[in-house]
Write a protein that binds this ligand. Structure first.
Ligand SMILES: NC(=O)c1ccc[n+]([C@@H]2O[C@H](COP(=O)([O-])OP(=O)(O)OC[C@H]3O[C@@H](n4cnc5c(N)ncnc54)[C@H](O)[C@@H]3O)[C@@H](O)[C@H]2O)c1
Ligand SMILES: [Zn+2]
Length: 390
């Protein structure tokens, strides 16, 4: 079986435990993760240089929740502009990019202007793409306000928008100059968004860090109660893991693929239900539990690891039911996923907690069997699974 290993990573040393350096082709950048960091935003931004004007881009929903906090750190002056736009997934389009660019022109933004994206993954992806293309590139600071954005989308420089034909089909790699992560802004995040985002945090534990996984097992209740200390710890560790992966593989040639743990299943679930039934993290939650079972079937993931993954994922809360769709149809959707290479479905599996590999040789039979019987097994499996040879 063909695989790419995650572990031979030479870890990038954080500058401090709350500041992480991420390597990118266009220059390294820092991610600062600390409670209250937004209050010092102006000081961090000043280190980037002088800007002719500053344009804060956000949505009205996000701004209602976090606007005051942001403005405490970036006082409103004559050359600070605020532009709000629709951050729903259906508005993640080239039309929105054009509307924002035109607003920027009217507000006098030039090559020396700075854009600050304040919001979840949609705001980050759209504003990132605007920053990549407006006047062929202007400086960008990301201020992520969802769990997904803090631990995933704001780090790594992927930006882009959707087309009617599919998600994220037009975009660019465009690293930010700085990312400011304040776990306090998660206080106003709607519960479903918050819980879904935790699936991505669990993913980091499964693919790269058994200690993070064990911390999540011990502290999930505090995290679900949005305890700032626990949240800060898991967000930081997730950033560090993602930062390491993208620093070694910005263009997604190998290592970065590990981030797709659970995602092959998740994309099929999302596509089969026309992106209406599952919030992305919820689909990833189901996907990780299926990937754990497939790991047990095909690469001898210990039964105890599988049971722990399922139990932890189930702690993040109730998930929408598995859809009534034939397993073969779900498998066909996996085959047509844009990440499939040369028609072969690749699965990222975890042979043991804290490590992951990408496998090309998983048989169709094994995958379909998990799709057919997995959901029922998962629902029944609050007790540890038994090894087939026990
Ligand atoms: N670029 C990448 O590497 C990458 C990685 C993962 C996901 N993404 C993209 O990210 C998007 C999903 O992002 P998301 O999960 O952050 O969701 P989102 O951006 O859709 O935000 C979810 C909802 O929460 C609201 N919201 C955000 N922050 C809030 C806050 N602090 N208080 C109150 N409300 C708040 C938003 O207005 C929105 O209604 C998708 O489009 C996906 O394609 C990109
Ligand atoms: Zn994801």
């Amino acid at each position: 079986m063909c695989y790419i290993e995650l572990n031979p990573l030479e870890p990038m040393k954080p500058t401090t435990s709350q500041t992480f350096r991420v390597r990118a082709f266009a220059g390294d950048y820092f991610v600062v993760c600390r409670r209250g960091v937004l209050r010092e935003a102006a000081r961090h931004i000043a280190r980037l240089g002088r800007f002719s004007s500053v344009h804060i881009l956000s949505s009205s929903r996000v701004w209602r929740g976090v606007g005051k906090k942001v403005l405490r750190g970036i006082p409103q002056r004559r050359n600070v502009h605020i532009h709000l736009f629709d951050d729903s997934e259906i508005a993640k389009t080239l039309t929105t990019v054009e509307a924002i660019a035109r607003k920027l022109v009217r507000a006098g933004a030039d090559r020396k202007s700075l854009l600050i994206a304040v919001g979840g993954g949609v705001v980050g992806d759209v504003v990132g793409f605007v920053a990549a293309s407006y006047l062929r590139g202007v400086a960008l600071v990301q201020v992520p306000t969802t769990v997904v954005a803090q631990v995933d989308s704001a780090i790594g420089g992927k930006t882009g928008v959707n087309l009617p034909e599919g998600k994220n089909l037009v975009g660019a790699f465009y690293p930010p100059s700085l990312v400011l992560v304040d776990p306090e802004v998660l206080a106003t995040l709607p519960p479903r968004e918050f819980r879904g985002g935790l699936a991505e945090v669990i993913k980091y534990g499964v693919i790269a860090d058994p200690k993070l996984f064990a911390f999540l097992e011990r502290n999930m209740l505090a995290i679900l109660g949005r305890d700032n200390g626990a949240l800060e710890h898991v967000v930081r560790r997730s950033i560090e893991i993602k930062g390491d992966l993208v620093s070694h593989d910005e263009r997604e040639s190998g290592l970065r693929e590990m981030l797709n743990y659970g995602h092959t299943f998740a994309h099929a679930l999302e596509a089969a239900t026309h992106y209406r039934k599952f919030q992305h993290g919820e689909a990833v939650a189901w996907g990780m539990m299926c990937a754990a079972l497939l790991g047990h079937e095909t690469v001898n993931t210990p039964a105890d690891d599988v049971a722990r993954i399922i139990a932890l994922v189930r702690q993040i809360g109730p998930l929408p039911r598995w859809p009534v769709v034939p397993a073969e149809k779900l498998f066909d959707l996996m085959r047509s996923d844009k990440k499939t290479k040369f028609g072969k479905v690749r699965f990222v599996l975890s042979p043991r907690l804290g490590s992951a590999k990408s496998y090309e040789g998983v048989t169709e039979k094994a995958a379909i069997s998990v799709l057919r019987f997995g959901p029922q097994l998962i629902l029944q499996s609050l007790k540890p699974l038994r090894n087939a040879d026990d």
